[in-house]
Design a binder for this molecule. Structure first.
Ligand SMILES: Cc1ncc(COP(=O)(O)O)c(C=O)c1O
Length: 405
């Protein structure tokens, strides 16, 4: 039998649908509300610090697990805001984005036969990450809010059933992409009790920690009783400082877990870009004055997009954090998220992400799509204008779908 040119693992997952939607948006000149990257400027402070570092010839490899000033800044930031002591020399690993921090963590803690608990819908990367690290994912379903004021929720019995003596870790993402859920202290305490019962590690992706709305509060898993020594917290400059292309993220872990993460990280990438690490340190050291502004501007962008989607006939779910809106397309008479996303990008000129790409079984969410709102007012206004074409039924006849078909 002829061998396949690529490994069996690579046949178990597809390329990212999110990043494919960005390529389609570019090809069709569509307004891109698919991939979560800001189209506005990053703060001057971080840009100036990067320029200064380059001018100062910070050009060579940083220490593998992160330049000392950045590790110090990360540890000080966690201690200042969450009151927990962090040793920058043994607990912090700077990686090429949260993306690398997650895969380095899983490769650093998973052995054959291990299972990991993953909430579904999930950020697209977690499934390939589990497959690549050799873990078997056990999914716990997040259900849509029961009413307009509610949040996505899970059944405590489903959670209990997902844990066993094979569970090595649970991946939590709060504030959550794609749902906008912000896990409450009670929910995290329940998850923590299972981690403690089964000896599992909580791997928590908190890259939207500063982006929460209304009176909702982000609770870091490491602050839950008994969790500081069994939590890996992943974070990044990407979303907080609007620099998704810089690729500077990190994992904060107890020293015995950090040694595994550091080894994997060293051989995966050696290190993140040195001058950008210097800039990240400057941004973190600047203190907390920036975060309320970030939060307020995102809150008005969120409200703006919710208004647009409602007006254009969608039934959106209000996110409590992060910068995405999940929207039901059933009121528009569509029942296939993939076909709808294709139609929207080609005929209407707006790119979104089919909701089913956040589920293991694509038939699970065929009536939902995800839009992001980390965009300038002009971009959101352009999307609004184009979405008006939905009302006129542009292209629907050709697509053979929707209320006009
Ligand atoms: C939940 C989540 N984690 C990680 C990432 C990627 O982060 P980074 O750019 O730091 O690799 C994203 C990007 O959209 C995300 O939504």
């Amino acid at each position: 039998m002829t061998r396949q040119p690529t490994s069996q693992k690579t046949h178990l997952f597809t390329e990212s649908v999110i990043r494919e939607m960005t390529r389609l948006a570019l090809a069709h000149g569509a307004v891109n509300l698919s991939q979560g990257f800001p189209d506005f400027a990053a703060p001057d402070l971080i840009k100036n610090a990067a320029c200064e570092a380059i001018r100062a010839d910070v050009n060579q490899y940083a220490v593998t697990w992160g330049a000392k000033p950045l590790r110090d800044a990360i540890a000080a930031d966690v201690t200042r805001r969450h009151g927990l002591p962090i040793d920058p020399d043994t607990q912090v690993t700077v990686c090429c984005g949260a993306t690398e921090a997650m895969i380095a963590t899983l490769l650093g803690i998973i052995d054959p036969g291990d299972e990991i608990v993953v909430f579904e819908p999930f950020y697209e990367n977690y499934r390939p990450d589990s497959i690549l690290s050799g873990a078997t994912p056990k999914f716990v379903r997040l259900h849509p809010p029961r009413d307009a004021r509610g949040d996505w929720w899970f059944d405590p019995d489903d959670l209990a059933r997902a844990f066993s003596n094979r569970t090595r870790a649970v991946i939590i993402n709060t504030p959550n992409n794609p749902t906008g859920k912000v896990f409450t202290r009670d929910e995290l305490t329940l998850i923590a009790s299972h981690c403690q019962q089964w000896g599992a590690i909580a791997v928590t992706d908190e890259i939207y920690e500063h982006i929460v709305y209304d009176d909702h509060v982000h609770v870091p898993m490491m602050t839950i009783d008994g969790m500081a020594d069994r939590t890996v917290t992943i974070n990044s400059t990407s979303k907080t400082f609007s620099v998704t292309g810089w690729r500077v993220g990190w994992a904060v872990a107890p020293p015995d877990i950090a040694t595994g993460i550091r080894k994997v990280h060293d051989f995966l990438t050696v290190g993140a870009a040195a001058p950008l690490q210097a800039a990240a340190a400057a941004a973190l050291n600047a203190g907390d004055g920036y975060y309320p502004h970030l939060r307020e501007t995102y809150q008005s962008r969120r409200d703006r997009l919710l208004g647009i989607l409602e007006r254009r006939g969608f039934a959106p779910f209000t996110p409590r954090g992060a910068y995405y809106v999940m929207a039901d397309i059933a009121p528009l008479w569509f029942d296939d998220d993939m076909a709808f996303a294709q139609y929207l990008v080609t005929d209407v000129g707006v790119a979104c992400v089919p909701g089913s790409s956040f589920f293991r079984d694509r038939s699970s969410a065929k009536n939902i799509v995800r839009f992001c709102f980390c965009k300038k007012e002009e971009t959101l206004a352009a999307a609004d204008e184009r979405l008006a074409r939905l009302e006129r039924g542009v292209g629907l006849q050709a697509a053979g779908r929707g209320r006009q078909a």
